[in-house]
Design a protein around this ligand. Structure first.
Ligand code: PEP
Ligand code: MN
Length: 455
């Protein structure tokens, strides 16, 4: 992945000017910086720092997503709801990468289909919130908006938005991505290591099933080796970084003009998505991301109308460019079978070919009487099944899955073969935001999707 590093500052004034048009539009979910001049200075500093990803990589990803949109590959996108600065340790990054690699092996082997591997990683630091404020007892403070804005501790100091966190976000993303690149390019992700990715995880039914599959893969590799196959292609894995493009004081200064093409790339990540709460057609986020070349995702919740969706296609993908636009549906298990088919039908009449991805997490949230935000593994599975059913019904391609997961054995989602129940949630609930599938639940889900894909 040697690419042009040649992002230049001076180019077509229309391109440059357009990149600031969002400033004139309604905008949601931005922090109130106590000292706006300090936030401006932090953004200006970020603008001088090197890009995190290169235009050529972003273009490669767009090509890969185009294949998935036509049914020839599957996107696997996963990681924390909210990455934290403290969580950017070697072990945590490694275990998330390993979990995604394992899921990808299960999917590739089970479905005989290339899998595009993508982390919600190296920049997933900003969170939209349903309320600007959080109240505990008789104390009300600003809501936690992610480590790139403020601290999670419930004190006035910690909850105040701090622009120095913007720069720290950049550096944490850089060191995360550096390690991800080392893992995926330096031999660790070589398919001949397929067993070793399972090491260190507690033994459980999904791991055992995985071990069995890894043995089959080993045997196939040995057979191919005996036949004289060249394993060069197994040594490196393409692994892409993605996050929600939410915090404009970070995304804008990370956006640079590529000298090869004169076009703008948001170099904070390969793939950027727009959340359910900020996808207003006339809002700042949609306008800004319509002007960068990165492949763009948009979350679509259960209330998305056909007209909303059509307007998003026209604004974000006017050229109908394969791989440009991904719709990530998060309708909820109870609604996907009613809501998704209409959208899929409408797309057929639009000469558009977005990639359709299921996010079976965000439509299935619930809060336990004890106050834990959680999701039932069964609901997650049911939404995935509904997603496949809807696509089969309409004749479109179910092209990927977007999940919140961690490599750790946390207890944040209910169910799965460990049968995590409400009482167990407390034993290891670590997410600062939404509940994640743990390592075993992630593998279980991958086996299930592999079955659907090969059905
Ligand atoms: C998320 O992906 O963490 C998120 C906030 O999702 P959505 O925009 O779908 O609610
Ligand atoms: Mn989330």
């Amino acid at each position: 992945m040697i690419e042009s590093t040649d992002f230049v500052a001076l180019q077509d004034p229309d391109v440059i000017g357009g990149l600031d048009h969002w400033r004139t539009l309604p905008i949601k979910q931005q922090p109130t910086w106590p000292d706006p001049a300090a936030a401006e200075a932090a953004s200006a500093e970020i603008a001088t720092l090197p890009p995190l990803v290169f235009a050529g990589e972003v273009d490669n990803l767009r090509d890969r997503l185009a294949v998935a949109a036509s049914g020839g590959a599957f996107l696997l996108q996963g990681g924390d709801c909210a990455e934290t600065f403290a969580g950017a340790t070697a072990d945590s990054i490694r275990d998330r990468v390993k979990t995604i690699l394992q899921m990808a092996v299960v999917l590739t082997y089970g479905a005989s289909m290339p899998v595009i591997k993508m982390g919600r990683m190296a920049g997933q630091f900003a969170k939209p919130r349903s309320s600007d404020l959080e109240t505990r007892g008789d104390v009300t403070l600003p809501a936690y908006r992610g480590d790139i804005v403020n601290g999670y501790d419930f004190t006035p100091e910690s909850r105040q938005a701090d622009p120095r966190r913007l720069v720290q976000g950049y550096h944490t993303a850089a060191s995360t991505l550096n390690l991800v690149r080392a893992f995926t390019q330096g031999g660790f992700a070589d398919l001949r290591q397929v067993h070793s990715w399972n090491k260190g995880f507690a033994s459980n039914p999904a791991n055992a099933r995985y071990e069995h599959l890894a043995q089959e893969i080993d045997r196939a590799i040995r057979f191919m080796g005996a036949c004289g196959a060249d394993f060069e292609a197994l040594k490196h894995v393409e692994f892409y970084a993605s996050h929600e493009g939410l915090l404009m004081d970070y995304e804008r200064p990370m956006t640079r003009i590529d000298s090869r093409s004169g076009q703008a790339y948001d170099t904070s990540g390969h793939f950027i998505w727009i959340g359910e709460r900020t996808r207003d057609i006339d809002g700042a986020h949609v306008d800004f991301l319509s002007r960068v070349r990165n492949p763009i995702g948009v979350k679509l919740g259960p209330t998305t109308s056909v007209d909303d969706m059509k307007a998003l296609v026209d604004k974000l993908d006017p050229e109908r460019e394969p791989g440009r636009l991904t719709f990530i549906t998060r309708m909820g298990a109870g609604r996907i079978r009613d809501e998704l088919p209409k959208l899929l039908e409408a797309i057929k009449g639009m000469d558009a070919n977005p990639l359709w991805v299921t996010d079976p997490m965000h439509g299935n949230g619930l809060t336990t009487p004890t106050g834990y935000k959680t999701r039932r593994f069964d609901d997650v599975v049911d939404e995935v099944l509904g997603f496949f059913e809807a696509h089969r019904q309409v004749g479109t391609y179910p092209g990927g899955m977007h999940v919140e997961l961690t490599g750790d054995d946390v207890t944040e989602c209910l169910g799965g073969s460990e049968q995590i129940d409400e009482a167990t949630l407390a034993t290891r609930y670590e997410s600062l935001c939404d509940p994640r599938l743990n390592h075993m639940q992630s593998l279980e889900l991958a086996f299930l999707v592999a079955e659907e894909l090969s059905a």
